[in-house]
Design a binder for this molecule. Structure first.
Ligand code: SAH
Length: 250
């Protein structure tokens, strides 16, 4: 591996989403570290390391630190699923996050609600260039696909993360209203993105993520979840990441 080119880390939340990527990996080599499997190799000639974030903010932060400290990742991209909470953000669409907030962070009155203590920040921005590359990869990679007879839309905006699978209409409304009253307008909720964004912020490394909308975070959020991940999200993730590495490899 060219020592000057640090690998791109590609995180998936769920094994079904990662499977297609591991299959494409050239010179694949698996290292187990911190109870996790890290797949090193090349995609489109680009050095990469693939890992499962595991579920929730702490698990994702642990994985991210390992990717950086142990595997020398130079940037991190996340492809997963999320609940759509923005208007017009529908199942089968994708959201590329421009910034990440932790909806369950509340150290008030010591710090303003949602602010990450000692950082002075409530949201961490995605790397603009990497996020743009992801949007492009979504547009190209998802071309010709339909979900429920509809072409997937590519949204860009705020993503809210927290240690909770949001699966209730009232719960979702309360969460969104509370964020809104503090000036945050989330498009999607998930459980890892803001943690990875915070780790990358601390290390000064580029981060970007794409989420396929698997549910609307309402009372039926869990119903078709496993089937959606297996049949739809895994296909999206493979297509998007394939286009991304192709573009980055230039
Ligand atoms: N059934 C899975 C667990 C899924 S947890 C299993 O057994 O492995 C939900 C995952 O999807 C998390 O990674 C989270 O980031 C994302 N997600 C999708 N919809 C969500 C929602 N409505 N609320 C929170 N996270 C959601």
């Amino acid at each position: 591996m060219n020592p000057l080119q640090r690998p791109l880390a590609i995180l998936s939340a769920l094994a079904e989403e990662q499977a297609g990527l591991v299959e494409q990996l050239q010179d694949a080599h698996c290292v187990t570290h911190a109870g996790r499997d890290f797949w090193q190799g090349y995609l489109a000639g680009l050095p990469v390391v693939l890992a499962l974030s595991r579920i929730g903010k702490v698990a994702a932060a642990t994985t991210s630190v390992a990717l950086i400290e142990r595997f020398g990742a130079g940037s991190i991209v996340f492809a997963g699923v999320a609940g759509g909470v923005g208007s017009g953000v529908q199942v089968g669409d994708v959201v590329v996050g421009t910034a990440y907030v932790q909806h369950d962070m509340d150290a008030s009155p010591l710090f303003p609600r949602y602010q990450i203590p000692l950082t002075g920040q409530t949201a961490f921005a995605a790397d603009a260039a990497l996020a743009r590359a992801l949007v492009f990869a979504c547009v190209v990679g998802l071309q010709g696909l339909r979900h429920d007879g509809r072409a997937p839309l590519v949204h860009q905006g705020l993503v809210a993360s927290g240690d909770r699978f949001v699966s209730g209409q009232d719960e979702m409304r309360n969460l969104v209203e509370a964020l809104r009253s503090h000036g945050h307008e989330p498009l999607a909720v998930e459980m890892e993105g803001a943690a990875v964004a915070q780790v990358c912020h601390d290390y000064g490394l580029p981060f970007a993520a794409v989420r396929t909308i698997s549910d609307r975070a309402d009372d039926t959020a869990h119903v078709d979840f496993p089937v959606f991940v297996r049949d739809v999200a895994s296909v999206y993730a493979r297509r998007i990441i394939t286009e991304l590495v192709r573009a980055l490899a230039g």
